[in-house]
Design a protein around this ligand. Structure first.
Ligand code: 5AD
Ligand code: SF4
Length: 470
């Protein structure tokens, strides 16, 4: 049997496609077999799952949402907090049960958990029913591994964190809005975070390859791209490029909407702000994680900025980018966080009046420096802080949303509303979710919507008979 013919862009200059050379042999092996794919965690994982799905479909597999019918179960895992890991472990119990007495039921663990040594150790000792463990850097090896492993049981991890993979195929979730990886990994080493260990060092894709991908998406009818990286504004530092230059080049493709996540306050330059302000197709929305409002805690987190520097950057963004919406991430209960440190975080929230925030209780990750720091705050106290923080965050999210009441906004309509099947849903340029009363044929268009109700997490609106795109 032949193995898929694939090349790896080790020198980052290759534009070789990582399409599988589909020999009939593979399709014979996998034809009509079914796969079940479950994704945990961040957008990076969601996008990786689009690559996994594409490989599976190319091999001849059919996707199923009934795990009992599957021949291959793939869990694309997340390691960022313990509860993410717990969810995977819980689900694995079910997989183990289903696998009993079935030779044609293979379990694949992909994603960030696969990059953690203690997890691998656990799998070797306790979870030997798992067939394949594949890392975050080598998804393209999945077809080869599946071919190899379908008839014998081994656990292996392949990973090379220096590679930049070009030409991946993606079976994208949406026909209108696409994720585009611009870089992999993170070098920041925030002391609480597992990502630098699971996703490796910062590696940027070549600018031309990214721009070509955006042009191709535009030609296929995509209206929106979201540039993805753990730390997008560090883009290019390893290859003599800058994020502001990349943004400008992507804007010049003329694609209707450009977004990017996630930004780090530390190297967000004035040029980046200028480019965002200059191009109408770069959306006025920035996710700018604060993590803590206390300089003492920011230092312990190794965030590389002070509260004052963060606030100055925030102010500049608000002044120079008209109508910009800013959201954030905040961790409460970091080791050593005192009641007054926490009050400082609340103060920053009051100053910034964020459009929204993802809030978390600190979760120690094995192998990170913060996991070894002394932590005297009881969980109950941390939960109370989280509750208080959420109240405040929701208050400002709601306040910002109320400002849109009775206003006309442009919304990219992405599909049927989950809440109400008679409605459709989409996002404003500022990334606010809107459930829209309107005909189904506006799906896939940017349309004008009049906002009729505003809540903390979403808006309601009526379609105005005027399409902005067609
Ligand atoms: N505990 C709690 N929250 C964390 N995050 C990252 N690591 C941890 C951790 N160990 C949060 C940060 C980050 C977001 C994606 O997840 O706020 O910005
Ligand atoms: Fe983790 Fe910090 Fe890198 Fe974000 S910047 S991925 S929080 S190490």
């Amino acid at each position: 049997m032949h193995l898929p013919d694939m090349k790896i862009a080790k020198d980052r200059s290759s534009k070789e496609n990582k399409y599988i050379d589909l020999k009939e042999d593979y399709q014979k092996v996998f034809k009509d077999k079914k796969f079940f794919l479950r994704t945990y965690g961040c957008q990076m994982n969601v996008h990786d799952s689009e690559a996994i799905r594409s490989y599976m479909e190319q091999l001849g597999f059919i996707e199923t949402n009934k795990i009992e019918d599957a021949n291959v179960v793939i869990l694309n895992t997340c390691a960022i907090r313990e509860n993410a890991r717990d969810k995977v472990v819980g689900f694995l119990g079910k997989c183990k049960y289903l696998k009993k007495n079935r030779d044609d039921f293979k379990i694949v663990i992909a994603g960030c958990m696969s990059e953690q040594e203690d997890v691998i150790e656990d799998i070797r000792r306790k979870h030997q029913y798992i067939d394949i463990v594949i890392g975050t850097h080598n998804i393209y090896e999945l077809p080869k591994l599946l071919l190899q492993e379908f008839d014998k049981q081994v656990v292996e991890v392949y990973s090379n964190s220096d590679e930049v993979i070009e030409g991946m195929n993606y079976a994208r979730d949406s026909k209108y809005s696409a994720w585009v990886n611009i870089m992999y990994g993170c070098d920041k080493f925030c002391t609480y975070c597992i990502v630098p260990y699971t996703r490796g060092r910062e590696r940027s894709r070549k600018l031309e390859n990214i721009v070509d991908e955006v042009k191709e998406l535009k030609n296929k009818g995509y209206l929106e791209v979201t540039l993805l990286g753990q730390n997008v504004n560090a883009y290019g530092r390893d290859i003599g490029e800058t994020f502001s230059h990349l943004l400008e080049c992507v804007a010049q493709t003329g694609i209707k909407r450009i977004r990017f996540v996630t930004s780090h306050p530390w190297n967000f330059t004035d040029e980046m702000i200028d480019v965002i302000a200059k191009y109408d197709n770069i959306m006025p929305y920035i996710h700018l994680p604060l993590q803590s409002g206390s300089n003492n805690i920011l230092k312990k987190m190794n965030r590389r900025y002070t509260k004052e520097e963060y606030l100055e950057l925030f102010k500049k963004m608000k002044q120079r980018i008209p109508g910009v919406a800013i959201t954030t991430d905040i961790i409460v209960g970091f080791p050593g966080e005192s009641a007054s440190d926490f009050e400082e975080t609340l103060d920053v929230v009051r100053t910034c009046e964020y459009d929204g925030a993802y809030t978390f209780i600190f979760s120690p990750r094995k192998g990170t420096p913060a996991a070894l720091m002394e932590d005297n705050t009881p969980l109950k106290e941390k939960e109370e802080r989280l509750y208080k923080l959420n109240e405040l965050v929701n208050f400002y999210a709601n306040k910002n949303n109320q400002k849109l009441l009775n206003k006309e906004v442009e919304v990219l309509i992405l599909g049927d509303s989950e809440k109400d099947q008679d409605k459709v849903y989409g996002y404003t340029d500022t990334m606010k979710l809107v459930n829209v009363e309107g005909p189904k044929d506006i799906i896939g268009h940017i349309v004008k919507v009049k906002i009729t109700a505003a809540k903390s997490f979403s808006l309601d609106g009526d379609y105005i008979e005027e399409k902005v795109t067609n």
